[in-house]
Design a protein around this ligand. Structure first.
Ligand code: DC
Length: 229
């Protein structure tokens, strides 16, 4: 029997390793990987670049009318880089000034409607691994496999610090900790589709797992569904 294509969602707090797992999983299954947070980051970058106020409704409407988001496969990282109006902003969106604003921007109803409708479209063909905060609850509530990823706070801070110090030399562990705690709070307390585990999501805590072990567990879950075992 031919394997069926499914949708896999990975949700969880910041810096739990969602992107790393999603990318590996997508490569193993020959699926498309989508980092939905990159879309909220690119929208935030647009506000910053154009001195627009994300608290003003006319600025929000104007910005969303001017923003076009797309993804382009990067042959080096094997990921897809995000393009904002045709410009590759994959590096810029990872900077601290974007991280500091993104949770506020991602809490705006119009911004979420804009991003979620594009995300839903990307799932029409199936064969997708999408990671974020509300993918299993809002974007793909009928996904065949939903994962809620956890890692302890200390591990998350160190992982993000290692990533950030390459692009923001001089950044301190304390700044990274504060940003993660702040985003955790805003992402899980916002009014519209806050971060929460979907009722039918499987919990996976990767604190003490190697990437290989983590991938083995998730591939076993996925293959069971794909092969109808
Ligand atoms: O995964 P990330 O850290 O790059 O996400 C950046 C921010 O975007 C995060 O703080 C919350 C928001 N986000 C969201 O609200 N919904 C998603 N599906 C993905 C990200």
């Amino acid at each position: 029997m031919k394997d069926k294509k499914i949708i896999i969602t990975i949700d969880g707090y910041s810096s739990c390793g969602k992107s790393t797992l999603a990318l590996q999983l997508a490569q193993s299954l020959n699926y498309i990987f989508i980092d939905s947070g990159a879309m909220y980051r690119a929208i935030t970058l647009y506000f910053l670049q154009h001195n627009m106020d994300s608290h003003k409704s006319e600025d929000i409407t104007r910005a969303l009318n001017q923003i076009h988001l797309s993804f382009l496969k990067n042959p080096d990282s094997k990921k897809s880089d995000i393009l904002l109006n045709g410009e590759n902003v994959e590096k810029l969106i990872r900077e601290m000034k974007v991280s500091e604003q993104v949770s506020q921007v991602a809490s705006i109803a119009e911004v979420r409607a804009f991003a979620v409708s594009q995300q839903k479209e990307m799932g029409l063909q199936k064969g997708v691994v999408m990671e974020g905060r509300d993918i299993g609850t809002t974007v793909f509530p009928n996904a065949e496999l939903k994962i809620f990823l956890l890692a302890d706070m200390h591990t998350r801070i160190l992982r993000r610090y290692d990533e950030l110090k390459k692009i923001t030399p001089g950044i301190s562990i304390d700044e990274v900790r504060k940003n993660i705690e702040h985003r955790d709070y805003l992402d899980s307390h916002r009014e519209i589709s806050p971060l929460r585990k979907a009722d039918d999501a499987k919990i996976l805590d990767n604190t003490h797992l190697t990437l290989e072990e983590e991938l083995d567990i998730v591939l076993a879950w996925a293959n069971k569904i794909i092969r109808d075992e």
